[in-house]
Design a protein around this ligand. Structure first.
Ligand code: 0PR
Length: 351
């Protein structure tokens, strides 16, 4: 029997990450499918079947019956591909994409790689402002995007209103729920395919979904949208490929299915409530100590703790991040427990 080495990443003091400890079943599945390549479905049929299952389950999570899509390498690839679908579908020589300024930096990569103009709209109260977005769209707008669970504050843009802005100029509407997608089903937010005319969505099993890295998700309302990405593959048995990468990880695909089978919906529901309670507890503790706290909307807390103090906490081994505005940012992922937050607050008090 071979010895199992301890995991190289210890999540004990990680408060900055949007990744987490994979579910034990996800870890096991990842290992089993380590050497498979869903990019070659004719050769690796079992993992190709699993990918169809993954997409089906992601459709269930996001209110989309008969979803089209695939398991990406992460949110970045999914966002790039959403922009690519929109650009390829549209009939313009001068395409532009409209996103809130708090959109993930992957939209900047997409614009650069795909040669589209990126127009950014400042938010009001941490959420995209549909009126400001509406001022930026025109006949050359191919895509409007909203974020359901922003990277810095965990806020949810007004998705139904942004969908209207997109469709007023016949653009596609994309929702980036890369991080929020596995928390949101248990909240009151209107964010998914069943709530608004959403065309494409990013939702990542390797974040709150508790799958192993790499497992992102791209979903499209119809197979025709996904076909905008199709490239002929003459020497493979399958005749076309829609993914951005060629060879890709079967481990991510298999672990996404295993995590969702283990956790959807009850496990994720319990996790949402635990994490949200933790975020609210931390927000209250920080407020009691006089810090300005951004009211958490999903399990993510931002507070105006000084940069010097954040540095001290890092010295003590805490992995904490800062927002662009300089606030301390704590992402309450599944591995973040109340006792971990208690010892974090105790360290904060020590200074
Ligand atoms: N969309 C949103 C809303 C995101 O927050 C992120 C990642 C992405 C898309 C891109 O996803 P991938 O990183 O899977 O391509 N947000 C975090 C960030 O960029 C990712 C992250 C993950 C950061 C783990 C740190 C970390 O330890 O800040």
């Amino acid at each position: 029997m071979q010895r199992v080495e301890p995991a190289p990443q210890d999540f004990d003091r990680v408060l900055s990450s949007m990744c987490t400890e994979p579910h034990p079943m996800a870890r096991q599945a990842a290992e089993r499918f380590l050497a498979t390549n869903p990019g070659d479905p004719a050769t690796y049929q079992e993992v190709a079947d699993l990918e169809r299952e993954a997409v089906e389950m992601l459709g269930t999570v996001t209110g989309l019956p008969d979803p089209a899509g695939y398991v990406t390498s992460g949110g970045t690839e999914a966002n790039i591909q959403a922009v690519r679908i929109a650009r390829n579908r549209a009939d313009t020589d001068d395409p532009n994409v409209v996103v809130p300024t708090h959109g993930h930096f992957s939209f900047w990569k997409a614009a650069d790689v795909l040669g589209v103009e990126l127009r950014t709209a400042p938010p009001s109260d941490y959420r995209a402002d549909p009126d400001v977005m509406a001022e930026l769209v025109d006949a050359d707008t191919v895509l409007v995007a909203g974020v359901a669970g922003t990277t810095e504050y965990g806020y949810v843009d007004p998705i139904p209103e942004l969908a209207e802005v997109a469709h007023s100029v016949d653009a596609l509407f994309h929702v980036d729920a890369a991080w929020g997608g596995f928390y949101l089903p248990f909240s009151d937010h209107r964010w998914h395919f069943g709530h608004a005319a959403v065309d494409t969505m990013t939702i990542d099993p390797h974040k709150v979904g508790q799958a192993a890295v790499p497992a992102g998700g791209l979903l499209a309302r119809s197979p025709e949208l996904l076909d905008e990405l199709a490239i002929d593959t003459p020497y493979l048995e399958s005749t076309k490929q829609v993914t951005l990468t060629g060879t890709r990880s079967g481990a991510g695909v298999a672990s996404a299915v295993a995590a969702m089978e283990a956790l959807w919906p009850e496990g994720y529901r319990e996790q949402y409530h635990r994490s949200m309670d933790n975020a609210e507890w931390l927000a209250a503790e920080l407020r009691e100590r006089g810090y300005d706290v951004v009211e958490p909307e999903l399990p993510l807390v931002a507070a105006d703790v000084s940069v010097a103090l954040v540095e001290e906490l890092r010295e003590r081994g805490w992995r904490v991040a800062k927002t662009e505005a300089g606030e301390l940012r704590v992402v309450c992922m599944p591995h973040v427990t109340r006792s971990m937050l208690r010892s974090f607050v105790a360290d904060l008090d020590w200074y």
